[in-house]
Design a protein around this ligand. Structure first.
Ligand code: HEM
Length: 411
């Protein structure tokens, strides 16, 4: 395969067999400087000027650390083409902003993620995981692990945190699937991708605004109450900020952790030696297993940055206005940092993966919660069903999310 003869931003590339993707990124990492790619044509945004593909661990660390040179705000971090203006109302939250606006929002919402809040959710995570496994055992083998197990825990926890009643779970789930469903025909009408996205954003925004109006009259012990009353130096979230932050949280909270849990079962199924090692000392080895799952799963394939001024990074020049794409999936397999990088090794230490992003202002706000959810889910599963195995994964057609839509399980 010629090294530049594929398109990293196309879902088709990510649908290739694992060995081909690994080999493509190995060749890219071996180049003297990051390869430059043309941008794909998409129906609802003008074709952009192309991007440099950052595939080495060192480049991703440095670009993440230097938001003054590599910014998230100018056109967005969650997409390669610049986000069209009409999208920013719903999808323009802090992940797609720079300081000082980003810092202001992150300060307000971090206050709502107080240790007391997180502690309360830890007990909920334990109880929810136990119930999910009870129900899995009652249903019996052969059911869809993604919808019956992996997706349910993060959905319940993020909805509980927000104070969203159970009858809305499905509504939230379907809309977050559309938003991060990429170009997968199971979730979106391929002739109307932009309209579907905007509509899903509008519906989630309406839901949170209705809940916020209710909470104003009946304050509760939930994140929406905390967000609408959080007051930092006289500042509060506007209704629009609340809406787009809510969309970011439900999407980021759902579509990532569920894929980590599904990939985790797949990795344990394909590596029985590692499962045996884990079962030998579940409590001692779970933390390492969770990090290794996030490293290899890399549920978020990439984030984008834009170069703010001419500069040099790790010996390579970049010009103001150019785009760089941080391929976490590739950096997590960088042979310069990870020995035998394609091997699933739950005892890997240290394990400085960038699955939750690189060090910098945008490092994943939910990393602590996600780790907790993955840990508790596997503790519950492997204690009660130590032999549980996955079938073949039905993968999401997306370049952004390394998703598994469906996967049978046996036990
Ligand atoms: C395994 C699960 C998860 C993975 C792999 C993941 C990955 C990421 C990545 C790669 C970033 C972007 C970093 C950047 O642009 O530099 C991010 C940011 C973010 N994540 Fe996560 N995430 C996960 C779970 C969660 C959960 C459970 C939540 C919410 C409860 C969450 C909320 C966020 C938020 C709000 C941001 C934006 C932070 C900012 O811009 O300051 N994530 N995450």
């Amino acid at each position: 395969m010629d090294v530049i003869d594929f398109d990293l931003s196309a879902a088709e590339f990510w649908a290739l067999p694992m060995a081909e993707r690994e080999e493509a990124f190995r060749k890219l990492r071996a180049l003297d400087r990051p390869a430059f790619f043309e941008e794909m044509e998409i129906s609802f945004a003008p074709r952009g000027p192309g991007y440099h593909a950052l595939v080495r661990h060192a480049d991703i660390l440095e670009a993440s650390r230097r938001p003054d040179l590599f910014c998230s705000g100018d056109g967005g971090a969650t997409n390669i083409p610049d986000m069209p203006a009409e999208f920013t109302e719903y999808f323009g939250s802090m992940i797609n902003m720079d300081d000082p606006r980003h810092a202001r929002l992150r300060r307000i919402v971090s206050r709502a993620f107080t240790p007391r809040m997180i502690k309360r959710f830890e007990a909920d995570v334990d109880a929810a995981a136990a119930r999910i496994v009870d129900e899995l055992i009652a249903k019996g083998p052969g059911c869809d692990f993604v919808t019956e197990v992996a997706a349910r825990l993060p959905l319940k926890i993020i909805c509980d945190m927000m104070g969203i009643p159970e009858e809305h779970y499905r509504y939230v789930f379907d809309r977050s699937n559309i938003i991060l469903g990429g170009f997968d025909p199971e979730y979106t009408d391929l002739d109307n991708v932009a309209a579907n996205l905007l509509n899903a954003g509008l519906e989630l925004q309406q839901l949170v605004q209705d809940l916020a109006a209710h909470r104003a009259e009946h304050p509760g012990d939930d994140l929406i109450t905390a967000l609408t009353t959080a007051n930092l130096d006289g500042e509060q979230l506007t209704l629009q900020e609340l809406g787009s932050f809510f969309i970011l949280l439900v999407v980021a909270g759902n579509e990532t952790t569920r894929n980590a849990i599904s990939h985790g079962l797949l990795l344990l199924t394909r590596n029985p030696g590692q499962r045996a090692l884990l079962l030998d000392d579940l409590e001692g080895r779970l933390p390492g297993a969770v990090e290794e799952i996030v490293r290899l799963a890399a549920p978020v394939n990439f984030m984008r940055r834009k170069v703010t001024r001419d500069c040099e990074m790790n010996g390579n020049p970049y010009r103001a206005g150019e785009k760089v794409v941080l391929f976490y999936w590739a950096a997590n397999r960088d042979e310069a940092v990870f020995a035998d990088p394609h091997r699933f090794d739950i005892t890997r230490s240290p394990n400085p993966h960038v699955g939750f992003g690189g060090p910098g202002p945008h490092f994943c706000l939910g990393a602590h919660l996600a780790r907790r959810e993955i840990t508790v889910m596997f503790r519950e599963l492997l204690t009660r069903l130590p032999g549980i195995e996955s079938g073949r994964p039905d993968r999401l057609h997306s370049s952004f999310i390394n998703g598994i839509k469906h996967m049978e399980c046996a036990f």
